[in-house]
Design a protein around this ligand. Structure first.
Ligand SMILES: *[C@@H]1O[C@H](CO)[C@@H](O)[C@H](O)[C@H]1NC(C)=O
Ligand SMILES: *[C@@H]1O[C@H](CO)[C@@H](O)[C@H](O)[C@H]1NC(C)=O
Length: 487
């Protein structure tokens, strides 16, 4: 069994005129985590914190055991807090129009009414509701269509999701998601937790993952029906990992299917790309059969199959055992409108992506007027040959017809390039409080912020500013849509 070395030391921290009397240091974590806790408390980013310790300033990666911090010790921190500037709001150009004209002009669906601390749920719903393929899959799900291996509550939750999605589409006025919420709480009682008679705030990522899991189970039955995309082909990421122990030379591999990539956040991570890269490498401690004791194993993972909608979760919350609470890392981590995940793919998948990527680049080159028609049609011949040799058609991983089935018809192929279509943000300093909001790109290409019952149009350039570093809304989940090549 892994040996968990955990210990906590409670210290007091003085900063400017304030004193925080009981800050818990988890000495099994690097000092950087402690600095993140102080960031939560003070708003001073870790890189600007100066904390005096025996032997000088506290370094991010120092070893607590050599620093000799004692229970009750008084520490002093220097540093100035971030001045949080909210990005400029986009022009709310619709606000003077009457409501029905607004809906026609803006082209987005209705908002959701506040049912008391349910923003984790309505922001999840709004993000997933922006996926047309999921909507059409749900529309095919019938009240009597429950397969035997799906329990009644999963069935009811799927029906409730379907009905809520269509109500959102039909509605001009905000929708009250009560039937959905009732079934969600029945199926997953953790969302019914109360504190002093009030329903508690919940983690949107948990709601997202649970709902995704339920839908994938119940919609599986539809798989046989030709072109309906399954939740797996829409959102599932297949990961293959190599697990090895340098000490003993043992090596094994493991595959798993997940619904989101993780973006790990540490002091070196400034960008989504780096955060994903780090999360694909980890160390674990487990019993080595050949050594007969526990040893450190390295786990290196890569993507073996990509979905049409790729979700990335910023791992902003970490569990603090002592306080039985999730703490939040506020660090700014930028994310792009266009994400290329080629670097994270297995060799096998890269091979499949190569040709579609070339076709996509050529098409985009033509659009930009960078390439002459002649030139590209010559390359087009080459590409057909390459296509015949096998590239990754969406059909291979889904149930769409395969290449042979329709030779003349073009099929979409994944390229590993994705465009941002939805962002779920969290604002506030703890997972149990704060506020979740959804920012989703509508089918007409316009961005809308779904907060409370009134959706607000947004400018695309403001969407990537939700990257953290202060008290403003910051990205917690990002959903990207595959850019495909028609071959
Ligand atoms: C599932 O939904 C049906 C129809 O609304 C309802 O009659 C039934 O009681 C629900 N089942 C459970 C276990 O909640
Ligand atoms: C959903 O509900 C919460 C409160 O429970 C509300 O504050 C929030 O703005 C709503 N969010 C959306 C996305 O409609």
């Amino acid at each position: 069994m892994p040996v968990v070395l955990s210990s906590k030391v409670v210290v007091s921290v003085k900063w400017q005129k304030e004193t925080f009397p009981a800050v818990e240091i988890d000495t099994s974590q690097p000092p950087y985590v402690f600095k993140c806790q102080l960031y939560d408390l003070t708003g001073v980013p870790p890189e600007r914190q100066k904390i005096m310790m025996k032997g000088g300033l506290l370094k991010d990666d120092a070893d607590w055991s050599t620093l000799g911090v004692k229970e009750g010790q008084k520490l002093m921190m220097m540093g100035t807090a971030d001045v949080v500037k909210a990005p400029e709001k986009g022009p709310v150009f619709m606000e003077d129009l009457p409501e029905d004209e607004q809906v026609i002009a803006v082209g987005h669906s209705a908002g959701l009414y506040n049912l008391g601390n349910t923003c984790y749920m309505n922001s999840t719903i709004q993000c997933l509701h922006s996926v047309p393929e999921l909507k059409s899959a749900l529309l095919k799900y019938t009240n009597s269509g429950r397969s035997n291996d799906v329990d009644i509550l999963s069935h009811n939750l799927t029906i409730a999701t379907r009905d809520l999605f269509s109500e959102l589409d039909r509605s001009v006025k905000p929708v009250v998601p009560m039937p959905f919420l009732t079934v969600l709480r029945k199926k997953y009682p953790q969302f019914a937790q109360q504190h002093n008679g009030v329903y508690m705030q919940q983690d949107a990522e948990e709601c997202w993952t649970q709902l995704m899991y339920t839908l994938s189970q119940s919609l599986k039955a539809l798989e046989s029906s030709d072109s309906t995309a399954t939740v797996k082909t829409l959102f599932g990421v297949d990961i293959v990992s190599r697990i090895y122990c340098t000490e003993s030379g043992e090596e094994s591999s493991e595959t798993e299917s997940v619904y989101s990539l993780k973006c790990h956040i540490s002091q070196e991570v400034n960008h989504l790309h780096e955060g994903i890269k780090r999360s694909l490498k980890s160390e674990l401690e487990k019993t080595s059969p050949s050594l007969g004791r526990s040893a450190i194993y390295c786990k290196e993972s890569c993507i073996n199959e990509l979905p049409r909608y790729l979700t990335v979760q910023f791992v902003r919350f970490f569990w603090k055992r002592e306080s039985n609470q999730k703490a939040k890392i506020l660090r700014k981590v930028d994310y792009p409108l266009e994400l290329d995940v080629y670097d994270f793919c297995s060799d096998e998948l890269r091979q499949k992506l190569q040709h579609p990527r070339k076709v996509l680049r050529d098409e985009e080159g033509i659009k930009l007027g960078l390439k002459g028609k002649k030139n590209s049609s010559a390359e087009g011949d080459d590409s057909k040959k390459a296509a015949a040799e096998g590239s990754s058609s969406l059909g291979e991983s889904s149930n769409a017809p395969t290449q042979e089935a329709g030779k003349s018809e073009k099929k979409p192929h994944l390229t590993g390039i994705y465009d941002l279509v939805a962002v779920l943000t969290h604002k506030g300093r703890s997972v149990d409080s704060g506020h979740y909001v959804a920012w989703a790109k509508q089918e007409n290409g316009k961005w809308v912020e779904f907060d409370d019952d009134s959706p607000v149009p947004q400018r695309e350039e403001d969407i990537t500013k939700l990257s953290g570093g202060g008290d403003w809304h910051m990205a917690y989940l990002c959903m990207y849509k595959a850019r495909v090549a028609e071959i």
